[in-house]
Design a binder for this molecule. Sequence first.
Ligand SMILES: Nc1ncnc2c1ncn2[C@@H]1O[C@H](COP(=O)(O)OP(=O)(O)OP(=O)(O)O)[C@@H](O)[C@H]1O
Ligand SMILES: [Zn+2]
Ligand SMILES: [Zn+2]
Length: 812
Amino acid sequence: MICEVVINNISRHTDNIYHYLAPENLNVSVGQRVVVPFGRGNKPLEGYVLGICEESEYKNLKEILSLADGYVYFNEKTASLIKFLHHRFFSPYCDIIKAVLPRGVSLKMVTVVHLSDNGEDYIKSKIKNSLIKERIVETLKENGGFCELDELCKNVGRKNITQTLKSLVCDNIVYTELKKEEGQKDKYIKVASLAIEREEAYRMCEILEKRAKAQARVVEVLCENESVSLSELLDICETSKSVVDVLEQKGIVTVFEIPRPFDEEISEIDDKKVELTDEQKSAVETVGKSIDNGENKTFLIHGVTGSGKTEIYLNLIERCMNLGKQSLFLVPEISLTPQMVAQVKGRFGSRVAVIHSMLTVRKRYEEWKRINEGEVSVVVGARSAVFSPLAKLGLIIIDEEHEGTYKSESSPRYHTTEVARFRAKSEGAVLILASATPSFESYWRAENGKYTLIELKNRVNNRDLPKVTTIDMRKELENGNFSIFSERLKTEIANNLKSKQQTILFLNKRGYSSFVSCRKCGYVPKCPNCDISLTYHKNGGFMVCHYCDYKTEKLDVCPNCQSEQIRFFGLGTQKVTDEIAKLFPSATYLRMDADTTSKRFSHEEILNKFRDEKTDILVGTQMITKGLDFENVTLVGVIAADLSLYQDDFRAGEKTFSLLTQVVGRAGRGEKEGRAVVQTYYPENEIFSYASNQDYVSFYKNEIALRRQMLYPPFCEMINFTASSDSEKTAFDALLNFRNALLDEIKEKNIKADVFGVQSAPMHRINNKFRSRFIMKMNYNREIYERIHTLLKNFYKDNVSIIVDVNPVNMY
Ligand SMILES: Nc1ncnc2c1ncn2[C@@H]1O[C@H](COP(=O)(O)OP(=O)(O)OP(=O)(O)O)[C@@H](O)[C@H]1O
Ligand SMILES: [Zn+2]
Ligand SMILES: [Zn+2]
């Protein structure tokens, strides 16, 4: 029997499927962890069995040494999922396996060698024939009968004793055992804090803002906080650890470990069963039928905010349960949706497993085992939960499917929806994608009959959607109002305070970056080729397009209105609460943003406080746009709606529309009518009229025409190739060669593709590594994909690494 084995080792060199023979006496199956002799030195390495085959094109196959343990970590369907992920997202096998298996499993394994009962006989025997064998056995005896392999090697003075050990094992003199190294990892968490005075840090922020946005963001968050857990910090700042490393090297930030607190349970709320509305009933029936029949179908539920989507999910999960099937319920982020989780737990109790990032490694492992062994019926979790080993999967739900968090930004760089589609297909499950503002990719598929569209046009109990007023902030300025609140918003807040209703103020911070805009007329310079906002580079004094590398002089005067008020725009939640305190001294308010939610479960605490209805105003960033359901909230104010419109990203419009719709949708969910005030410097942008009518479909139709014309997804796929190296030239040249090789293949195969030029990446230098990148637009093509795989292996050099990102959400 021949086994396909992948090595659990992070290197493009070993990122292959290797063939090994399974010895007769070993009961090897797919999903098991094995130890194999590797390379010329036959170094024992750990790997996983991905498949079994009858024949191999290779000769002289080596034999698997042993099973690491008897456990079957995944089944054949998961094995094919792993192969798919490797091919589709260019991720190394070991990264994929890390994502598929819980973190606890991949703790390093150590081999322990034990002296067996026959060992004593060997020592006494006169037929000692090998000096090494003798030394091995003596060392073991001196050590009390066992020794770790590394230690043993040291003691006998040899680098590699595998062959000798093998013969000793065969003679039954010693036996080996793999043991998990007791990692410190799961007992401690890393936290970051400022290493300098806060005043100084604020100053640093301003300097960094110009050149190192990501660093600036990290410092900003730390300014308002004593300490933040590293993982959360990276999450909030949407950045990578290397950014924090740089700050640490510069002496601005320190990172240290603290004991990890115990696993806390997310609370549950009492289950209230409700009578379904007609729209809900019909949705449950339509999807339910497919579940009953075990059809592999994908539904896109496009339901306005407050249409009661959660109740539909709960009903369908229950339907699955009654059929003995399991469900997977994915949400953008567990900590931001405590209400949703509490509801699922309230209804299904101990049959639910909740996977979230705050679980300790050990707890995660336990939950994973509970799932793997078929003890739960529903798994609720964020992105990574899509890999949960449910053997009888009947339903996958992706709530708020438009959210960017469903795309993994680190290796493996998968998109959750694609993984879910693959699983649903191979396991015969129904897939539900749902949102009030579906991603254009999904809606387009629905339009083209690939997904079945289900529309929920009404709010529960036929409540109205909020009435939206768009305010032109340029006029406010002209009329002498320099406050960040328009007169209208001030009045509305005052009204709400009087009538004891609650208000949510939303500050759009996502695009808080380096786009240039005219404060007088709202003009934003764009790339003539790509229709993308240009990014300002302070040091060169020019503006650049991050897609095609179009460059132009920086602006001093607005070409539209000749004003000189061309500038960046930045605003913090702190400023908003200061303004509230000034204008409405008696109002109570809460702030929910990166700064106030760095503690575990502080999201939940803040939301609970707000829910108690003792607080008048909740001020927050993107965190408050999702899924919140408070019946006494009747007013939503959007402070600066423009900010995300001008990201250097072709999805900027789509993202802004969805943010606005979602946040406006927080108002008027109870008995009382809701209203929203949206402030902008550029109300002429069509997006505001679509958003104020909450007219998703018209907005979609308009944008999709543009996408078709400019050739953006869903009309092509975008692939981002980034090379990084200590030397700028090395990275650049390597990528140039890579691109040329790729171009040759594209020409030869006569494939339609747009391959842009190599340029320096938007985040040009991370942790002293220089980054170059190029973008390709192309539809999926197996041959080209395989070519890219080969190129990646050929181009693998120690001083350059090339990363491929398929359909990235952020184009760093
Ligand atoms: N059939 C029903 N009868 C009465 N109330 C309901 C019904 N279905 C849902 N609700 C309530 O309506 C409110 C809105 O539901 P839910 O939060 O599921 O909306 P949603 O569609 O997920 O909205 P959003 O997209 O804004 O998150 C909740 O408070 C829920 O308890
Ligand atoms: Zn202007
Ligand atoms: Zn361009």
